[in-house]
Ligand binder design. Structure first.
Ligand code: NAD
Length: 371
């Protein structure tokens, strides 16, 4: 993900009308090969160190992006915040709920630091239109919400283990810590908060090659289905909200999707068909789904014309534009044009912690998220 940011910064000229530009001047990675890529491709780079505290001590560095295994989030995020660096962090923003709480406590001690968490899918133009519909209340009373992020990344049982497949480094949440924040971002921003959760978590592939000829336990949850009773924070109405996160979803490459069904209208979006927003408006008296071709019409304008296609790296570029806009101007352009806030990350930890308890007990577990 560090290189994704490097690439986005290198094509900042793609954006038009931005009054802020990221310049990568320093990099840290314990793997020299990972640093070499930045040394070869980032012309403004002045510092490369295997010790991240060197970067934090560098007065030229105003903001940092920290994309590391989850067991390192707390220490590095707190060190960055304490050093007064603005922070773009990664999900799950702390390996577990206590780690997340300590990061947020550190932020309270440094209120001038702008810290956010990555989540790029809401920046697809079709999703921004979808979010505009949520914001203007066109759905009426919500009937149900279904959101998910489905991969087939772990379908191959011979894929060697890595840090994301180990509790020690990925965390007990398993797939929820990996994909969950992406799924929660829009519902949480909409003010749809789970009151309780019944979770079914699956560990389908219990061991994997260790990369050295042997096999070792793969102890993380591969798939998670969370059925929540959610409440609309504006109206208090409750409705079912299903959140799915799967690393073993045959037929899905990287499918992020959202469906909202309301009493006045419905809408759905999936990255399987990223140019299209599907809507259903009952007010016309018919139940006809409509397909709206959204083209290349992102929030932050670019040199690309509207007839072209939008993709993952474009979402990353837009997300970075959104973060830097917020950093410089103190607020997002619109409600759904902001990256995940630390408070939203804390809500996700409440949900995933309750989901783990639900899996353990088989019970529906309250979620401590205020609606
Ligand atoms: N936003 C997204 O779509 C998205 C996608 C994938 C991963 N992620 C998140 O990004 C983060 C990193 O995931 P990734 O896929 O890039 O992992 P990765 O394993 O590809 O990269 C992690 C990097 O951290 C480096 N590292 C490890 N320990 C370090 C230390 N002490 N100091 C400096 N560098 C160190 C590693 O050498 C490696 O280069 C995770 O939080 C993950 O959940 C986000």
């Amino acid at each position: 993900m560090g290189r994704e940011f490097g690439s986005a910064s290198a094509r900042w000229c793609h954006l038009t009308g931005m009054d802020v530009k990221p310049v990568i001047t320093a990099v840290s990675d314990i793997n020299p090969k990972a640093m070499e890529w930045f040394q070869s491709h980032m012309p403004a780079l002045q510092q490369a160190s295997p010790d991240y505290s060197d970067v934090l001590a560098n007065p030229m560095v105003e903001a940092v992006y920290i994309a590391v295994p989850h067991n390192l989030h707390e220490r590095m995020y707190r060190d960055a915040i304490s050093a007064g660096k603005h922070l773009m962090g990664e999900k799950p923003f702390g390996i577990d709920k206590p780690a997340n709480a300590r990061i947020l406590a550190c932020m309270r001690d440094h209120p001038d630091v702008v810290a956010r968490c990555c989540s790029e899918f809401p920046f697809f133009p079709a999703m921004q239109q979808f979010c505009g519909m949520i914001e203007s209340g066109v759905f009426g009373r919500i009937i149900e919400v279904n959101a998910g992020f489905l991969h087939s990344s772990d379908l191959n049982t011979e894929k060697p283990i890595n840090w994301k497949r180990r509790v020690e480094t990925n965390g007990e949440y398993g797939v929820m810590g990996d994909l969950g924040m992406h799924v929660c971002h829009v519902p949480f921003r909409a003010g749809w908060f789970p009151r309780n959760v019944r979770a079914v978590l699956s560990n389908i592939v219990a061991e994997r090659p260790d990369g050295q000829g042997g096999r070792i336990p793969c102890d993380t949850w591969d798939n998670a289905t969370l059925l929540c009773e959610a409440a609309d924070s504006q109206t208090g109405d409750t409705f079912p909200m299903t959140l799915k996160m799967q690393r073993i979803a045959p037929g899905e490459m990287n499918t992020w999707h959202l469906e909202v069904k309301g009493m006045k209208a419905c809408a759905r979006f999936t990255t399987r068909n990223p140019q299209v927003l599907e809507t259903l408006d009952y007010q016309a008296g018919k139940q006809d789904w409509k397909q709206v071709m959204t083209g290349y019409t992102p929030v932050f304008s670019t040199i690309t014309g509207p007839i072209f296609e939008f993709g993952f790296p474009d979402g990353i570029l837009q997300m970075w534009a959104a973060y830097l806009h917020e950093l410089v101007h103190g607020a997002a352009i619109r409600k759904f044009t902001g990256t995940v806030t630390p408070a939203e990350s804390a809500m996700s930890h409440e949900l995933f912690t309750s989901a783990l308890e639900s899996q353990r007990t088989g019970a529906t577990v309250p979620v401590g998220v205020a609606a």
